[in-house]
Ligand binder design. Structure first.
Ligand SMILES: Cc1cc2nc3c(=O)[nH]c(=O)nc-3n(C[C@H](O)[C@H](O)[C@H](O)COP(=O)(O)O)c2cc1C
Length: 216
């Protein structure tokens, strides 16, 4: 049975602010080192439980990485993966790649490793018989929700994917059926930008918005 409640009015002012929030959400790699209140992180972790998930499975698992030895191992993992990635680029692209800052692992006061529990029974398998990757997709959606919610509080989030996921899983000693989806650097941004870092540094521009690719 559903309870009849009056939903809040998301008025034009709110909608304009929401558009600004979406426009100003950035992938942040330059952080101040001052701490983030645990109460704020707890609030955000609670909030993202409301994210959509296939079968209502909520397969995301958050691991806060604070141990210096584990952080150093993740840092080494990134260095190796980034050096290997650089090898794929030649000439000017390679030189540009080498100049990009692709993680804020050193300064960010908070690190969260976000996993998908591919063995979860929550959701009773609904929606994943045909597309099992929807569990991973649900976790990505949660991260997007978190990214916006964090930005609304002034917190910056940087998604690091230049990592060997198996090595990261071993470093963090999580169950082997947990799949690494995102390693997040979280903290107060050192600078604010309306344009993405990769656009600013001429790596990749944005394609124009609002286009439906095919009509059927
Ligand atoms: C799945 C995913 C993985 C990403 N991995 C990295 C990464 O390893 N390093 C990095 O600097 N940015 C990473 N990013 C951030 C993107 O580069 C960034 O979202 C994009 O350039 C657009 O910039 P914006 O997020 O500031 O709008 C990732 C983003 C997503 C969604």
């Amino acid at each position: 049975m559903s309870t009849l409640v009056q939903p809040p009015l998301f008025d034009a002012d709110f909608q304009a602010k929401l558009a600004l929030l979406i426009a100003w959400r950035r992938d942040v790699r330059r952080f101040r080192t001052d701490p983030v209140p645990q109460s704020l992180l707890d609030h955000l972790a609670d909030l993202v439980q409301l994210s959509p998930s296939v079968g209502n499975s909520q397969p995301w698992r958050l691991v806060s990485v604070a141990d210096p030895a584990r952080r150093a191992a993740i840092r080494g993992n990134f260095e190796r993966a980034n050096a290997a990635a650089l090898q794929a680029y030649r000439q000017e692209r390679g030189a540009l790649y080498a100049r990009l800052k692709l993680a804020g692992l050193d300064a960010a006061p908070v690190h969260w490793a976000v996993f998908c529990d591919r063995g979860t029974t929550q959701g009773e398998g609904l929606g994943i018989a045909t597309m099992p990757e929807m569990l991973d997709a649900s976790v990505s959606g949660m991260v997007a929700t978190f990214w916006l919610a964090a930005r609304a509080t002034g917190l910056g989030v940087g998604w690091v994917s230049i990592l060997d996921p198996q090595a990261a899983t071993a470093t963090l000693e999580v169950p082997p059926h947990w799949k690494l989806i995102a390693y997040l650097c979280i903290g107060w941004p050192e600078e604010e930008h309306i344009d993405p870092e990769l656009v600013r540094h001429r790596w990749q521009g944005r394609t124009r918005a609002g286009r439906i690719v095919l009509e059927r």
